[in-house]
Design a protein around this ligand. Structure first.
Ligand code: HEM
Length: 538
């Protein structure tokens, strides 16, 4: 055989085949040596000094001292569950991915999260929620690393450290998370007005979901699907909860945050334990893969844009059911490593500059967070497909590699692992034309309209949703110390809608400015309102 990298135990199938951490009836140390006392240090006499030679004491305390790993730099707080994805087979015309074939069933692991809070923060804060899904397909792992909002704050990943630094606790006082009490957050999103759309979603009811089970999920970026005949289609991914989309009202979120900071985590685990398995339909909006990569004038490479469902209906392609709670939080929820670059044949990326930065960032951060390059061997991250790579050694290498020649072709190991054909291999370059261009740093002109889409969102809201948005802006901006920041935020609101601006200005006791850009002449999208989605879909 060739230079295989499979572990000696053979094909890994995720957590189920993890080494049992506890075995044997007797308490032992890490070397399997049985112990007769784990409560008393070895001492020179009952009241004498503790002896350095007590290996059990040193090993026990040493291991405890190193129990913590760094929390995720964003999305640190999360809750997760196992489940299954059943494909309807309705995407086979646009993607050759095996897990999208009719009737295919694929194990999945889904992690929901808040973005800004630390691992111990409260669940019900106003924030975006992560919705990350790992599909353990027979062709390798596919990760759909999305959020509960279809748009993002920034258009270019180079600003990601900046927006996160603006939103995380202040360096001097470490005063806390989310939008509240953050002059820096509001300073950033009013100086970088591309953030207006996502911020408006955050100030809407979507920022305080009732339950992870009642949130939509979005892949945000435009992806490229590749069919068996080589044809390509641009798509946006959507998760639609069978329970409908529901939110808390602000007062409920405040009370729940105080009384039960684990509100969402508990809700998810309790529901699954009780057999009330949450379900989502996966759907796609499809767009022709034209050289412009626009649809109805909307730039599909700009992650601050969404495409209204009235213009491109969401077509259901499969059903996700979460049916099993993790058995160990650290082993599974904490150590899971998602990556937008984990793709299978039939799913490819586009040139969205935000996506490009993500392709670098996740792998990079996980080298620190999971201490070295071998985190794909951690049980929760192991593919269910056979692994035969040419990667070797490194911290926490679990596999015992055979052979002497981890390269190909080679003539020493009795044969090489074969290479898949272009039709079955992943990371096959879809023949997309790259325009002849000069190196530049500037954004395209099509990225410069920052107010039309927020205005559409505002115009699509019901009366009660608008009241909630006004209340949220008034409360959050009311926490800013800097008058200049509040005034700039009102200017942004005026550019979305004069009534929204006037109501928030009134609440803040400040004058309402005139818009600096004419209000966009834009149709509402009723599908954006939660009212239409408040009821179970069947
Ligand atoms: C983590 C979504 C943009 C860097 C996450 C997670 C989600 C997510 C859901 C949590 C994954 C988990 O549960 O483990 C998104 C979405 C984005 C976006 C939907 C925009 C469309 C970015 C950008 C960057 C970035 C632009 C950096 C340039 C990170 C990092 C983590 C993370 C470093 C921590 C990963 C880890 O420690 O495993 N993101 N993100 N994200 N994201 Fe993003």
């Amino acid at each position: 055989s060739g230079p295989g990298t499979m572990s000696p135990t053979g094909q890994a199938t995720g957590a189920a085949q993890a080494r049992m951490a506890q075995s044997g009836a007797s308490l032992t140390n890490a070397q399997g040596t049985r112990l007769h006392d784990t409560d008393h240090s070895l001492k020179a006499g009952p009241r004498g000094p503790v002896l350095l030679q007590d290996h059990h004491l040193r090993e026990k305390v040493m291991h405890f001292d190193h129990e913590r790993i760094p929390e995720r730099v964003v999305h640190a707080r999360g809750a997760a569950a196992h489940g299954v994805f059943k494909s309807y087979g309705t995407a086979t015309a646009v993607s050759k991915a095996a897990f999208l074939a009719a009737g295919a069933e694929t194990p999945v692991f889904v992690r929901f999260s808040t973005v800004l809070g630390s691992r111990g923060s409260a669940d019900t804060v106003r924030d975006t929620r992560g919705f990350a899904t790992k599909f353990y397909t027979e062709e390798g792992v596919f990760d759909l690393v999305g959020n509960n909002m279809p748009v993002f704050f920034i258009q270019d990943a180079i600003k990601f450290p900046d927006i996160i630094h603006a939103g995380k606790p202040h360096p001097d006082r470490e005063i806390p998370q989310a939008q509240s009490a953050h002059d820096t957050f509001w300073d950033f999103v009013t100086l970088h007005t591309e953030a207006t759309h996502h911020t408006l979603w955050n100030m809407s009811d979507r920022g305080i979901p009732r339950s992870y089970r009642m949130m939509e999920g979005f892949g945000v970026h435009t992806f490229r699907l590749v069919a068996a005949d080589g044809s390509t289609t641009l798509v946006k991914f959507h998760w639609k909860p069978k329970l409908g989309v529901h939110s808390l009202v602000w007062e409920e979120a405040q009370i729940a945050g105080g009384v039960d900071p684990d509100f969402h985590r508990r809700d998810l685990a309790d529901a699954i334990e009780a057999g009330a398995y949450p379900e989502w339909e996966l759907g796609i909006q499809t767009f022709p893969d034209t050289p412009e990569q626009t649809f109805e004038g909307i730039d599909l490479l700009d992650a601050t844009n969404l495409v209204p469902e009235e213009l491109a209906p969401v077509q259901p392609i499969g059903l996700l059911t979460l049916n099993r709670n993790p058995s160990n939080y650290f082993a599974e929820t904490e150590q899971v490593a998602f990556h937008v670059g984990h793709l299978v044949p039939g799913i490819d990326i586009t040139d969205d500059p935000l996506l490009a930065g993500r392709l670098f960032s996740y792998l990079d951060t996980q080298i620190t967070r999971l201490a070295g390059p071998n985190f794909s061997q951690i049980p929760i991250n192991r593919p269910h497909a056979p692994v035969n790579d040419m990667l070797r050694d490194g911290f926490h290498q679990d596999a015992v590699h055979r052979g002497v020649a981890p390269y190909r072709p080679n003539s020493l190991d009795g044969g090489c692992p074969f290479l898949a054909g272009a039709d079955t291999g992943a990371y096959v370059e879809t023949p997309v034309r790259v325009p002849e261009a000069t190196k530049v740093r500037e954004a395209p002109e099509s990225f410069s309209d920052h107010f039309s889409q927020p205005r559409r969102f505002w115009l699509s809201m019901s009366a009660v949703e608008r009241e909630h948005i006004i209340g949220a802006y008034t409360f959050e901006l009311g926490k800013c110390y800097e008058q200049a920041v509040k005034k700039r935020a009102l200017q942004v609101l005026a550019n979305i809608d004069v009534e929204l601006c006037a109501r928030v200005a009134e609440g803040l006791g400040l004058p309402a400015p005139e818009p600096t850009v004419p209000p966009a002449d834009i149709e509402p999208s009723p599908a954006l309102s939660q009212v239409g989605q408040s009821w179970p879909t069947d």
